[in-house]
Design a protein around this ligand. Structure first.
Ligand SMILES: Nc1nc2c(ncn2[C@@H]2O[C@H](COP(=O)(O)OP(=O)(O)O)[C@@H](O)[C@H]2O)c(=O)[nH]1
Ligand SMILES: [Mg+2]
Length: 446
């Protein structure tokens, strides 16, 4: 096995780096804990990777010294590395400038490893009259976030409910329970709109344009999750490798896998007049890589006490360095990968019967039919029991080809390709059809 210089290895890391911004008490730490599925405090490292004592960090924050370059890592999920703005609104102009410099440097870092991959900007809703303060105004107007997607997070959203209730209390007398909830929900929407926060966020003169915004509520409760934030972040990324890294952390979110896979249909289907010839093996492989239960895209090429290396589909090598604290976790990851790697060529052989046959007037028709069939089969295969991945895909292919769904897919692909949908419409149309025609529905209704 080839040994690689530690220095070179650092450059091949694939961890997901997030900068979380928002005033003190916005709910930032709570979100990070939910993302990593833990109630523990993070470990903190300085920019050089040296661990810092938590007590030292706490006391320096109290004194108003906070270093945004520090990295926070939770033992429970070391794939994520966080940077915390730590309530920069309370600080001086100098602190804002530090943040701005950090964002600008890390958004444009040449090494993907050093770059921030997403920014979560938290705006708490527990004081609706103060959603957009000077710090928000300045950040969105002046910061240079480059291509890094910014997702705005409205935290503590449930705080609007009692306000809404107070406003319409009189109108709720004698009204049915169902109607009450409907009216309160309506009033919550109005209150949210009245803050004008969306208009302020998406103002044309702003330098930062959020990719999307999400609402989170009751995150301080035990069973809460922030899957919606992870999903929006995944879809906001334009780099496949980073997307895969995040999809892997959300394996059970099948709808997200489908959405990512659909983007692989939309690109060639949309450009079909420019490049009518596509390699269907590559095409199906590109789709299959988004389904983590197959482990198509991963191959473990070395595992020893200090390193776990994973070969990605694109031929890139991802290396997880095992810090002492992570050893147990990485051992698990390695064991799972070793037992579950499916050879890429095998999966292509199994999926091959799904490539649409016959003559097509529009190249897009064949691309769309093959793509939809492949996604429907792969999604279904995730629900089948088998210790061997190929077997379950094989039986899913078989089941699909003999089902009425195959006929419906052929018809739908023809209909879709005859329309001149734009990219977004095409994506929506295909997603709607696939969700409506999941074969996994058959498993639950039987
Ligand atoms: N009601 C409510 N409280 C929350 C929510 N999220 C966090 N909190 C609470 O808000 C306080 C501040 O949260 P924290 O995550 O420490 O905020 P940070 O200063 O931005 O890191 C804590 O007491 C949390 O339990 C939420 O969605 N709803
Ligand atoms: Mg905090």
């Amino acid at each position: 096995m080839a040994t690689i210089d530690t220095q070179d290895l650092r450059g091949m890391f694939r961890r997901f780096r997030v900068l979380i911004i928002g005033r003190a008490n916005a709910g930032k730490t709570t979100i990070l804990q939910k993302v990593c599925n833990t109630a523990d405090e993070p470990e903190i490292y300085d920019a050089k990777g040296n661990k810092i004592d938590a007590a030292i960090v706490k006391s320096s924050i109290k004194r108003g010294n906070h270093d945004i370059t520090n990295e926070m890592v939770f033992k429970s999920n070391p794939v994520f590395v966080f940077h915390d703005s730590c309530g920069f609104e309370a600080g001086s102009e100098e602190e804002f400038e530090d943040m701005k410099r950090f964002v600008s440097q890390r958004a444009h870092a040449t090494k993907l490893e050093n770059r921030i991959h997403a920014i979560w900007y938290c705006i708490p809703m527990d004081d609706p009259s103060r959603t957009f303060q000077r710090s928000e105004e300045k950040f969105f107007l002046e910061c240079n976030t480059g291509h890094v997607p910014v997702v705005v997070v409205f935290t503590k959203f449930e705080a609007l409910r009692p306000v809404a209730y107070g406003e319409i209390k009189k109108q709720l007398k004698g009204v049915s329970r169902e109607e009450r909830s409907k009216r309160i929900a309506q009033c919550v929407e109005e209150l949210f709109m009245n803050t004008d926060v969306l208009n302020k966020l998406y103002k044309p003169e702003n330098c930062v344009r959020p990719k999307s915004h999400v609402r989170l509520q009751n995150m301080n409760q035990l069973n809460a999750n922030c899957n919606i934030l992870l999903e929006c972040t995944t879809l906001a990324l334009d780099n496949d490798e980073l997307r895969l890294c995040l999809v892997l952390t959300q394996q059970s979110n099948m709808e997200l896998c489908i959405k990512c896979a659909i983007s692989k249909i939309v690109d060639p289907a949309h450009q079909q007049s420019a490049s009518p010839q596509i390699d269907y093996e590559d095409y199906q492989r590109e789709i299959a890589k988004w389904f983590p239960h197959l482990k198509v895209r991963l191959k473990l090429i070395q595992s020893d006490n200090s390193l776990v290396m994973v070969l990605m589909d694109a031929g890139k090598i991802v290396v997880y360095e095992v810090r002492t604290a992570w050893t147990a976790l990485m051992g698990l990851v390695a064991a799972r990968l070793l037992t579950a790697v499916t050879k890429r060529d095998d999966i292509i052989r199994v999926l091959q019967p799904l490539v649409a046959k016959g003559s097509f007037t529009a190249a897009a028709n064949r691309i769309i039919q093959t793509g939809i069939a492949t996604i429907i089969v792969l999604e279904y295969s995730a629900f089948l029991d088998s210790s061997r991945h190929l077997e379950r895909v094989e039986s899913a292919v078989d089941y699909y080809l003999n089902s009425p769904t195959a006929v419906a897919v052929e018809k739908e692909a023809g209909d879709i390709s005859r329309r001149a949908y734009d990219r977004e419409e095409l994506e929506k149309k295909i997603l709607g059809f696939i969700l409506e025609n999941r074969l996994s529905k058959d498993l639950t209704t039987k």
